[in-house]
Ligand binder design. Sequence first.
Ligand SMILES: Nc1ncnc2c1ncn2[C@@H]1O[C@H](COP(=O)(O)OP(=O)(O)OP(=O)(O)O)[C@@H](O)[C@H]1O
Ligand SMILES: [Mg+2]
Length: 291
Amino acid sequence: MTPDLMEAGAQRTQALEVRQLSGATDSGGRSASYGRLHQAGEVDLTHGRILYLEDVSVSFDGFKAINKLSLDIAPGELRCIIGPNGAGKTTMMDIITGKTRPDEGQVFFGSTIDLLRYNEPEIAQLGIGRKFQKPTVFEHLNVFENLELALKTHKGVRASMFFKLDSAQSDRLADVIDTIQLSDSVFRQAGNLSHGQKQWLEIGMLLMQDPKLLLLDEPVAGMTDQETARTAELFLTLKGKHSLMVVEHDMSFVRTISDIVTVLCDGAVLAQGTLDQVQADERVIEVYLGR
Ligand SMILES: Nc1ncnc2c1ncn2[C@@H]1O[C@H](COP(=O)(O)OP(=O)(O)OP(=O)(O)O)[C@@H](O)[C@H]1O
Ligand SMILES: [Mg+2]
């Protein structure tokens, strides 16, 4: 197993831990005053936003990768984010998921959960799932085992060895296998799956944790046209049940799945609207053609 895979596995396991935040945390104890971690399912959607960023900035060695970025996403929405290389799309996801701390600004999950108070595993546990570009499934395990692993709580080796799915979990696993269209490959080793199938399996592993919000960074990069088309179908199925933020350079894919598209450039929102609207915007044309 590569170190990447091990790290991803460790993060997943950590994310599944149910922890009390009464003591010091990676977030410097800032969460302590909250008493306990919000549980997934408690996201306050009364203001019609599942994710809210306001005036967020971050610099790396004096370079402003994110520059007063503000945007919000409605519950159940599938938002596409496009923008030239280096626009700050991945950095924005790093900030939402707690991997990178912004220098300033606000990041809220629903109306009440201040994500800047939580660390990366805690944010995953709150119900924000993230898919990186490279698939990070456990290659030596089969599809079923990978999905099952996504449910195991971190209670030590013994508890993990004797972990058994309850009936609700079995139902969810069956649903997820259907959703990611891998019912013909349940007992195939993940290492033998195609690139596209590995990506779907990883999305399935995220779905096992029933995330409220899914962040997907270039999910169809490296996929065949047929795999890309199936991924579009999958995302359209997920829309409504989950909120999705999808970063992608493949415009025909974006055209198939998108309602509202946000164009990021130089760490801020340059334009927002339907794909046709943003593609007709002179400033958007300039940043895509002018570089
Ligand atoms: N940890 C870091 N240290 C220094 N610079 C960074 C770091 N992370 C990102 N950057 C810089 O911030 C800018 C935004 O990078 P980011 O990866 O977010 O862009 P992106 O929009 O995801 O681009 P792409 O479409 O190529 O994936 C780039 O100039 C990048 O070099
Ligand atoms: Mg990127």
